[in-house]
Design a protein around this ligand. Structure first.
Ligand code: GTP
Ligand code: MG
Length: 652
């Protein structure tokens, strides 16, 4: 198997075995009735995250640089054909996602371009689903697939007026004006977005490939700039050796990079086969390639090792024909290795950290409960053993002591009620700023200001204020959450002082990552429109459409922030409450058994035997917990996935 394919497969296997080991712990806890609601939710969140984990690679470039050809060569050579349409001139007309969602049959879903005439971003339409046209995909035939994939290249001729209403034509732009034919028509993409769903092995492992059309779409489809490209785990920016870095390449580069830095961006200098000149020596050709790479690196302000000279076309041909020498010459394998390096370890690290922190939390809470039980039972055993051979009055004294401790405990526990009340008041304050209603108010106010300030520079101020007010809402929530955290720490401290409990402090949480997301969206908006002094109607329309996407992005950010905050708040008290329940039930059992002994309805020996059994049970649970959670950690820690696979095979 090719290194890229096997590396993705290994990553997928690692993720699956991680999920399986969590499932094992969850099931054991369920069977032994130690799975609290809060822990169950945490497990489910971990498992859901693992199941939905995706690796997204975006291919971005000016038209005709060879993006689609590169995708064919890297991922789909085994079909023996070009699967994605690739040809001279503009080919891919709409942003195209290739992925596999097993809940749907293989198909192509396409969103008609007319939807651009209405409010709503591509992701809004994705949520609604209704507008999409669905084309079946016969994956058993390469020709059938090739035919179906042509959808992404479909165009329609519409009047310049109509194109204008979709924000796809600006009469003031001389480059666009020449595109209008004698009848006043212009050729545009038939679709706004396409999602190709097919069960390719890599896509099954959660790989998502984003193919994009040239510059025009980058500038006019805000979804790409705001969401799809920034969310990708690797961005391949494709240039062609025959054109070098042109002005429009640079425009695309600036829009793509935004403020995200070059962290996961690599530049691909494609079509180096154009430099293979039979009249030059290999040394001369190599020198020429190096010179070009250095030039690209300097222009893009990128380290030269981040620029990969390749020939996608020759790479594809070499793979199809099994020509190892040509494949080497195409230099495609070097690019593929770099892609693995950028994608897999970084992604694995994030997934590992998220999973381990979730599981550790659950394990810690259960460990606390079991350890408390163990301690309690040992104490009771000690007490009861001391009663052996004692008279009635010592038993009576012990009875009184048990009852007093029970009463005192209930006294201490009453503070939980107070804590719960304070928490619910504080969290209500947190949520007021995070609810979608709060966002809606800002959106309505901003749209209103945008309309009023039409074609004036105040427009940018309205958008700027919009972002500032959302950030303020989040910062306000952050402050409240800090108060909540302090309160919970206080409650824990008093339990520690009065009862000697050691509870792990609440998990640190803030909305900073969401604030960063908002800042990112704002930067993208700014880099798109800059400080506009003069606004044309077309620009205004474009801005309005862009704002729609900003709104739908903000809605996503808000609902994610609300969801995470809610989960965090809900996770604060349950560990303490579990401990309280445990303690209460132990105290009750203790009073019961002493009273049975006093009334001679139960024998001391019986009770001691019961406690010994309970002790054994708590200790064996502790050791199973240690083993199962240790296994999750072991699997998570593995960078080398082959190890995991070998172990799975052994276990089976
Ligand atoms: N000589 C040569 N031609 C290539 C290479 N890669 C792609 N091409 C050609 O370049 C043209 C454009 O390739 P595409 O894959 O359609 O380019 P694209 O970037 O997807 O273009 P759009 O879809 O229009 O945005 C096609 O004719 C390809 O055959 C290469 O490595 N060498
Ligand atoms: Mg293309």
């Amino acid at each position: 198997m090719a290194p890229l394919a096997s590396s993705f497969e290994q990553y997928g296997t690692w993720r699956d075995s991680l999920a399986a080991s969590i499932m094992q712990l969850r099931q054991w806890m369920e069977q032994t009735q130690t799975l609290e609601e809060d822990s169950a939710k945490r497990f489910d969140l971990c498992l859901e995250r693992l199941a939905q984990d995706k690796l997204v690679i975006a291919f971005v470039a000016e038209f005709s640089r060879g993006k689609s050809e590169l995708i064919n060569a890297i991922f789909f050579a085994e079909y023996g054909k070009r699967i994605l349409p690739s040809s001279a001139g503009r080919t891919t007309m709409c942003p195209t996602e290739l992925l596999y969602d097993e809940t749907l049959p293989p198909c192509i879903r396409a969103l008609p371009i007319e939807t651009r005439g209405r409010h709503g971003s591509t992701s809004d339409f994705k949520r609604l689903g209704a507008e999409w046209q669905i084309f079946p995909l016969d994956t058993t035939s390469a020709d059938g697939m090739l035919e179906a994939f042509k959808i992404v290249a479909e165009t329609v001729r519409v009047s310049a007026e109509e194109a204008k209403s979709y924000g796809l034509y600006d009469a003031d732009d001389p480059d666009q004006a020449i595109a209008v034919d004698k009848q006043g028509h212009i050729q545009i993409s038939k679709w706004r977005h396409a999602v190709i769903n097919f069960p390719h092995p890599l896509l099954k492992h959660g790989l998502v490939i984003l193919d994009t059309p040239g510059l025009n779409a980058i500038g006019t489809e805000p979804e790409l700039t705001l969401s799809l490209v920034p969310n990708a785990h690797a961005v391949l920016f494709v240039l062609a050796a025959d054109t070098g870095v042109t002005k429009s390449d640079l425009d695309v580069w600036r829009h793509v990079v935004g403020d995200a830095g070059h962290r996961n961006h690599i530049a691909v200098l494609n079509k180096i086969d154009g430099l293979w000149d039979a009249l030059k020596t290999p040394g001369e050709i190599e020198l020429e390639v190096r010179r070009q790479v250095a030039g690209v690196a300097a222009t893009l302000d990128l380290a030269p090792m981040r620029v990969f000279p390749v020939s996608a076309q020759k790479g594809l041909v070499a793979k199809v024909q099994g020509d190892a020498t040509l494949l080497q010459a195409s230099r495609l394998p070097l690019l593929e290795e770099a892609l693995i390096e950028i994608l897999v370890p970084a992604k694995q690290k994030i997934v590992r950290e998220q999973t381990v922190s979730g599981v550790d939390r659950v394990a810690a809470v259960l460990r606390q409960t079991l350890t408390a039980r163990e301690r309690n039972v040992i104490e009771q055993l000690y007490e009861l053993r001391g009663l052996q051979g004692k008279n009635h009055s010592s038993i009576e004294r012990m009875m009184q002591r048990a009852l007093t401790e029970q009463r005192e405990f209930e006294e201490i526990v009453r503070r939980m009620v107070a804590a719960r009340l304070v928490l619910s008041r504080l969290s209500e304050q947190v949520f007021t700023g995070l609810r979608v209603a709060a966002l809606r108010d800002q959106v309505v106010a901003t749209r209103d200001r945008m309309k009023k300030s039409k074609l004036s520079p105040q427009l940018s101020t309205a958008v700027k204020d919009y972002f500032a007010s959302l950030r303020d809402l989040f910062r306000g929530a952050n402050v409240r959450m800090l108060e909540i955290e302090q309160m919970v720490i206080g409650v824990q401290r008093r339990f520690a002082e009065d009862l000697g409990w050691s509870l792990s402090p609440p998990m640190a949480f803030s909305l900073d990552t969401y604030i960063a997301d908002l800042e990112h969206a704002e930067t993208a908006f700014k880099s798109q429109f800059g400080p506009l002094a003069v606004l044309t109607t077309e620009k205004w329309r474009l801005m309005e459409r862009f704002f729609d996407t900003v709104v739908s992005k903000s809605r996503e950010i808000f609902s994610a922030a609300e969801r995470d905050t809610e989960a965090w708040i809900k996770s604060l008290l349950p560990p303490i409450e579990t401990q309280v329940r445990e303690q209460r039930s132990q105290l009750k059992k203790r009073a019961e058994s002493v009273s049975k002994i006093r009334d001679a309805t139960g024998s001391l020996d019986e009770r001691i035997a019961e406690l010994e059994e309970a002790l054994e049970d708590a200790q064996s649970k502790l050791s199973v917990l240690k083993r199962l959670s240790g296994r999750i950690r072991d699997i998570a820690a593995r960078a080398d996935v082959e190890e995991t696979m070998a172990e799975e095979a052994l276990a089976a």
